[in-house]
Design a protein around this ligand. Sequence first.
Ligand SMILES: [Cu+2]
Length: 113
Amino acid sequence: MKEKIKILCGLIAMVVGLLLPVSLLADNTETNSVVVTIDNFNFTPPALTVSVGTKVTWVNKDDVPHTVTSDDKLFGSRALDTDDKYAFTFQNPGTYSYYCSVHPKMTGKVVVQ
Ligand SMILES: [Cu+2]
């Protein structure tokens, strides 16, 4: 009987040990994700500071198409219709300015630390 409990405890410890890193990883992914909305011809927030590895998702909430186009062409979306999304994961520190190629006066930037 005692032997069975020992095995059971060993199994539980193993399962917890296996699950813990996975749940930590999941949490990490969750916090490293930011949304920028495109609304009323504005990127909101217009300036964003994130850590390396953060995935930024732009969502177009306007009735007109917009794009997300980086100044140095590092990233860029096609024309986003209403509720369309575009995501880019920033892997290197730096300041990344972008604009909408349909309305070049629409600008924003992402600072990656
Ligand atoms: Cu636009």
